[in-house]
Design a binder for this molecule. Sequence first.
Ligand code: ATP
Length: 826
Amino acid sequence: MADVRDREISVEQDHLDRVYRRLEEKIDEAEFLMRDAAQRGQVGTPGALAERDAQVFRAGIHLNRLNNEFEDFLFGRVDLLPGKDGKKGPDGAFTSVEPAEDAVRADSTADIAETLHIGRIGVLDTDYAPLVIDWRAPAAAPFYRATPVDPGRVVRRRVIRSKGRQVLGVEDDLMRPETRAFLDGEQLAVVGDGALMAALGQARSHTMRDIVASIQAEQDQVIRAPAASVTLVEGGPGTGKTAVALHRAAYLLYQDRRRYAGGILIVSPTPLLVAYTEGVLPSLGEEGQVAIRAVGSLSDDAAGPEGATVYDTAAVARVKGSSRMLKVLRKAARGALELPPASAAPSGPDATEDEEEGQLTLGGFGAFDGPGTGTAGAPAASPTRLRVVAFGRRLELEADELDEIRRTALGGTAPVNLLRPRARRLLLDALWARSGAASRHSDAELAAELRSGFDEDITSEDAFQDFLNAWWPELTPRGVLAAMSDERRLGRWARRVFNHGEVRRVARSLRRLDAAGAGPVSVHDVAILDELQAVLGVPARPKQRREQGPLDHLTGLDELMPQREETQRERAERLAQERTEYAHVIVDEAQDLTPMQWRMIGRRGRHATWTIVGDPAQSSWPEQEEATAARDEALGGRPRRRFTLTVNYRNPAEIAELAARVLALAMPGAQSPRAVRSTGVEPRFAVAGKDLVDTVREEARRLLDRVEGTVGVVVAMDRRDEAVRLLKGLGERVAVLGSLEAKGLEYDATIVVSPAEIAGGTSRGEVIGGESPAGLRVLYVALTRATQQLTVVSGPRDRPDGNGVPTLLRAPGGAGSGAAADVRGG
Ligand SMILES: Nc1ncnc2c1ncn2[C@@H]1O[C@H](COP(=O)(O)OP(=O)(O)OP(=O)(O)O)[C@@H](O)[C@H]1O
């Protein structure tokens, strides 16, 4: 067997050597073209310039791609029977998916007609024969789609493992195990136990890997679905939704690079998931045109590149995310113009309540003053009288007249900041009327001339400009948000929309902002700020344009030029900042978006096609119907194509079975995905002794001994900071995170600390059975993060049974788990 393996490895090594020789030739060619183009640049005729541009563009593409030496550049191979109609496509491969009638003989023997190698980019030989097919090309589809049930032309699928230029191993899957197939007279060899299992068993690091070598058929259907309109993908934990979404971005760019030069936006729920996934696209050779952003960093108003650093408590988030907020914001945007004097200070919070209703910081991402420490407040009072001098006379408008003018100006729904010119005109009309000048001149032409002189006179007066700036200031989203921290004021704006308690909670949560709105904002504030930006509008200002060179007109050129000063990542970030709309929007963990967040994302994809992946069973947003309605509004009438992923590639069956118990509580009747493998290791139950932290620490050490990669410790959100502090020193392989941060992440092993606290949303109080369906869904997420081992640590709230199994995780019918339990005193 070792002989066969070595022989097969050396066959693939020969092929890889050939590919690299060809790549080197192509790099030489591209470099020659770049040099040549540079010389032509000295000839200044427009024709020569255009030719140079096009040449540089093509050479730039080559160089950029070829210089990226991918670790496992070549990763797959399929051996195929002849095609049904014998036709070949432009790349020299048979086009038919089905084999020829007589491809397999009566004695079950067959000859391989075609061998294709699959890699991260396509490479043609000098005679245009395909040395490597790009994984996204149609000819590569059989590599992903073939199954033993529906093999098409594929006899053997091989995954090739290499590092740099060296082939390290091969793993084969036979799609037609009953057929004896021959290649150049020799029977096809089969090596290894299949690539998927090899990939799934690997230790996890803190960054996600691409799955390009082992994409499964149902996933491939989604990745290659046509880009038109909306692709909706649902699937349970670990079914590869995030992986599929990322590979789809790369596929779409390959299919239609020009169209997606408009940018692809991937929206992720947390900065942690962004950090976890952002290496995948570069490993697929794509980076520049894709922006991966956390939902808390989408608006320009979120502070810093990492965006919002604070999570609101569930009660506050529920109000801020709701579409009811919209009405309030429209009122606030108008109301903020007429703010009462700043002395009407906000009613002060009392410290205990504040603590309960404050925010949970995402530790490690930034400081948080704590509620009540900032001074909430309003911009200076709006002036109540306008006094100017025109035609030698003093003219005045009093408070009630000014109010009337403001009301007239605000009629309709136009953005408040854009109504300032209208308000200015109405003021001038009123002053003109007050001057009585109009009635003194019957000649229309003369009156008009007089009027224009009058306007000029008044508007050049400092007093008028100062008045206008104070009476109709340009409002900023942050300024309005800060104004909402005054409870009485917010109560007015939210009358008949929010109840008392809701007003109080929201107002208090905004006390971190100063009067101008500076200070840390929460993830949910970001969607509010974005909405306010739309409601307020941005007055037109002369744009400062970047100087453009002729090459800028070639799509994507500067991203591909290797000698650029800005790195690709910097450019992507800059473009993401500048860009307000995208050609395709991919939403990951879509089940968690609030209506306000859907509106924010919708504004970025008004003309886009969409891919939306999610799992309703993992939603932490309680009002799912409201969110679905907001999603539908963002998507408009675009037709939708739906897919469901059914296989769990992350959790072994033992963990999936335990998680399914919580799913049954959270969403009775919902189907769990089928776990693709089992490890024989049952989840472990530990009951905390006197000190919960000691137990967790001990269990973490135990798991570090048992797995090679990462260990995740998931705690209730408001235990997070404390847990991070107390569990320091366990080393880089351990990550401590709050339940809401666990979204989308995975670890070799996880410790879930107190299921009852996680499901109840809080570690405070002794309420048992206070879990909401949303809380149970959060627990379901926590329980489905491990690829190998799971330990559940119970505290007193969990009411563990004699086997240490907490109430929420007991098998239906009351039987404990068959797991090895470790019960400690407590
Ligand atoms: N075809 C595949 N080959 C190898 N690994 C795979 C495959 N599909 C998924 N995986 C692995 O399974 C794990 C789960 O994938 P992913 O995170 O994309 O799932 P998900 O559906 O987004 O999960 P969740 O809903 O829990 O966030 C990842 O480690 C991923 O690499």
